[in-house]
Ligand binder design. Structure first.
Ligand SMILES: *Cc1c(COP(=O)(O)O)cnc(C)c1O
Length: 518
């Protein structure tokens, strides 16, 4: 970019900041801040103040996570060996920034330590997110709740200093891949019903809403879903050997394996259904195929153990004759975009069950909604906006909200919750007695002791009863085929907001200041 600039404008950088914008996609490219300073000063002769003006006019930062343990920190020692000049520049950025902090909070040493770009200690580290914030004119979160929590939590002091820097850009997904390409049956049905304008302007998909009450249209809607379920069944049997009956409800949770996403909560519900089958209390149950898929990071031991548990529970359930016509469970291996293209068109129930306040946005939730799945979910990330756009009556909400989670953590007693609820006692007994791992006693103790720990950051047990009850509501709703499919149609009809076309237009209007050519 600089080479091209110099070709056109020579060494005059006074307009460079106005004409260029670099969107830092997470903290991974945060070194762009000191590196652009270095280029402008060392290679193009600018003074500090002029270079800093340019940098802070063209850098913008998107944050993607609220988990403090996921924020990048790089050791000063490593930096001084590999990038000594950038370290010099970071120190100077920090010295000037801390003067500003001292103007805002005079003499407040604790605040200086908290906000410094350098985390002090035996082995000091550079806080890359803070470097990105200080060097940028815009800082955005990726869903409404996420941005609010950045402003009031993780980055609250920065928000006090620079409230106008912070803004929201709710994520989106492209309807060209996540509807048109991956769901040709639905594409053709939409085209013949509302025209094909939705492919370029997804807000037009709201025209579908008026067809939700049309019985002939619903018949076609159901037939498209049936064919997509048959296509996924073929993939599942090829990948796992398990047969999914297309008359069963397809209940799906696919996403990276992480404790905050609470695949374990899903497993606890599966064990509950299995337990009800064993004791013969199946009234109101609806036959389900539950699919869980996702990759675990190689070094994330607990996540790998969750994958093992899903596989062991699936083996037991799928081999029990009493469960045969009520429940099938698979762990779908090697989950990836090309598998999601087959999975989301076939899904009827989308599991979005993270601990409230932890999922920045989610985008899987949007792919499912676009393809007519109903969501069972917490008030987290973009689920909140999905519920607003689908209508609260077309969304299965359960569990604590973000502020209730914060409040609960002051005095969380999972063992008391378990002891007071017979169903939950039975679930924990099955897991802790080794029912699913007879050849490997104690294998899952790390998981069950985590659930019972008052310090459990994901408060899984706190949401379990509400989740089981909400799943019973799902089962009841699924039995009313007409109403279920009305709700399904209204989810697709409400998905216009979640096009990445809308997201990119907002970045263009509010951050990049670029307009389309006439
Ligand atoms: C959409 C998608 C994701 C993101 O899923 P979330 O549920 O939002 O975490 C992850 N992996 C793949 C392969 C996807 O297609």
């Amino acid at each position: 970019v600089i080479a091209r600039w110099v070709e056109q404008h020579g060494e005059d950088f006074s307009d460079f900041g106005r004409k260029n914008c670099f969107q830092l996609n997470d903290t991974h490219p945060a070194c762009a801040v000191p590196e652009l300073m270095r280029l402008l000063m060392d290679e193009h002769g600018l003074e500090w103040d002029d270079a800093w003006d340019v940098v802070t006019r063209c850098m913008a930062y998107t944050n993607h996570t609220l988990l403090p343990e996921a924020l990048e920190r790089w050791s000063v020692g490593l930096f001084s060996r590999l990038l000594p000049r950038l370290l010099d520049i970071i120190y100077e950025i920090n010295a000037r920034f801390l003067k500003l902090v001292d103007q805002q909070w005079p003499g407040d040493v604790a605040m200086r330590r908290e906000m410094s770009l350098i985390e002090e200690g035996d082995n000091p580290h550079i806080r890359m997110a803070y470097l990105a914030i200080v060097g940028s004119f815009s800082v955005n979160g990726v869903a409404g709740l996420h941005t609010q929590l950045l402003e009031s939590g993780l980055f609250k002091h920065f928000n006090t200093l620079w409230p106008r820097k912070f803004n929201n850009k709710t994520n989106g997904v492209t309807q060209r891949r996540w509807l048109s390409h991956c769901n040709p049956g639905l594409r053709e049905l939409l085209n013949e019903t509302i025209g094909d304008g939705w492919q370029k302007d997804l807000t037009k998909i709201s025209d579908l809403a008026s067809h939700a009450t049309d019985a002939d249209f619903r018949k076609k809607w159901i037939e498209v879903k049936r064919q997509n379920k048959a296509r996924l069944s073929d993939l599942v049997v090829a990948e796992t050997g398990v047969r999914f009956d297309t008359s069963f409800m397809f209940d799906v949770q696919v996403k990276r394996i992480h404790e905050y996403k609470r695949q374990l909560l899903n497993v606890l519900h599966i064990v509950h259904l299995y337990d009800r089958i064993l004791r013969g209390e199946t009234a109101g149950m609806v036959p389900r195929c539950v699919l869980i898929g996702g990759k675990a990071a190689p070094g994330y031991h607990v996540a790998k153990l969750i994958v093992k548990l899903i596989n062991d529970v699936a083996k037991k359930v799928n081999n029990h004759p009493a469960a045969n016509d009520l429940l099938k469970v698979v762990f779908f291996p090697n989950y990836r975009v090309s598998s999601m293209e087959v999975i989301c068109p076939a899904t009827e129930l989308s599991e979005q069950i993270s601990t409230a306040g932890k999922e920045a946005s989610g985008t899987g939730n949007m792919k499912f909604m676009m393809n007519g799945a109903l969501t069972i979910g917490t008030l987290d990330g973009a689920n909140i906006e999905i519920r607003e756009n689908a209508g609260a009556e077309n969304f299965f909400l359960f569990g604590l909200n973000a502020s209730e989670v914060t409040e609960l953590k002051k005095d969380y007693r999972p063992n008391e919750i378990i002891a007071a609820d017979d169903d939950i006692v039975r679930i924990m007994n099955l897991l802790e007695s080794g029912h699913f791992n007879p050849d490997n006693p104690g294998l899952f103790d790390l998981l069950t002791s985590g659930l019972r720990n008052p310090q459990d950051p994901w408060v899984t047990i706190a949401d379990l009863r509400a989740y089981i009850n909400s799943q019973a509501e799902v089962a009841k709703a699924y039995q009313d085929v007409d109403h279920w499919n009305q709700m399904s149609i209204l989810n697709t009809a409400g998905s216009g907001w979640f096009s990445s076309d809308r997201t990119i237009q907002q970045y263009a209007d509010d951050i990049w200041d670029v307009r389309p050519l006439s």
